[in-house]
Ligand binder design. Sequence first.
Ligand code: FES
Length: 317
Amino acid sequence: MHRAIGRSWQARLAEPGWLLLPLRVFLGITFTFAGLQKLADPAYLDPASPTSVQRQLMVFVHTSPIRTLLSPFQPHPGMVGILIALGEIAVGTGTLLGLWARLAAVGGALLSLTFLLTVSWHTWPYYYGSDIVFVVMWLPFTAVGSAGVLSLDAWLDRTRGHDPGRRAWLRHGVTTGSAAAVVLATAGLTAWIGRAVGRHAVPRQSATGSGYFAGGGGTTVARMDEIDQGSAKRFTIAQSGEPAWLVHLPAGGFAAFSAVCTHAGCAVDFSTSDQEFSCPCHGAIYSAASGAVLGGPAPAPLTRLSVRLDGDTVRVL
Ligand code: FES
C-alpha cells in the first residue's frame, strides 16, 4: 500500500502539471494578493501619497526605458492603477483555478515585464529586484498552462468531449463569467473595506516643519560623516522607487527631499556651489535647505521627507 502511494507520487512528479504545482500556487496567491492589496490601500490612488500610482507614473515617464509607451497613460493614472490591480487579480485567480491558464500566464509575464521595466529598472545588482524572477517563473506556464492538473480548463475539456459545439463554449463562458463576477465582487468589497478602515492612515509627506521624525522605522541612507557639510547624497525611496536627495546643510543638520520635480516629474540635480536643486527639463530651481521654489515653472515645493539621526547614521522615513 505504502509502496503503491510512493510510486504514484513519483509518477505524478514526472508530469509537468504536478511538478509545477507549488510554483503555480505561489504565483496565483501572490498575484491575487498583490491586486487585492493595491485596491485595499487608500494611498494607492491618492495623488497626495508618495506611494500612489499617480506619483509612480510621473516618475516612470522620465526614468523608464519604455517611457514613450507610458506617456499616453500619464493623464489617466487612476484608470491605469485600477486596471493593474484587476489584471493582477485576474491573472492570480485564473492561475489558481486553472481557468484560461495559459492566457493568465501570458498576462502575468507581461505584467511582470512591465514592472521590471519601470519599478525595478534601476535596481542593481539586477537580481535584487523580484520582477525579473517573476518574468522567468511565468514562462513555463505560458507553454503548458495548468497541464490538466487541478484545472477548470481540463474539466471543461472533458465535459466538452460528451457535449461538443456551442453548448460547450456556452459552459466555458458561463464558468468564466461566474469567476469574473466573484472576483469583481471580492475586489469591490476589498476596496471598500480598505477605505473604511484605512482612510485616516494615508501616509503623506510634508513640505513644512523641521523634517525630523521620532521613533523607529525609516531607511538608513547614509552615515553622518559620509556627506560633507554643503553636499548631498542621492538615494531611492524604497516604497515608491522614486529618486530623492539627502542634504547635509551648510549650517549643520540634514534635510531630505523627493527629487521629483513638481512641474512634470523630471529628477532634479543638486548644485553644491548654489545650494540649490535645478531641474534639467524646464529650469525649475528649488532651495536645497527647504525645497521651496526659487524660480522656473514648478507649481509647488519639492516634497520634504522626514529625517532621523540615529547614532552615526541618518535615516529617512
Ligand atoms: S519638469 Fe522640472 S521644470 Fe518642468
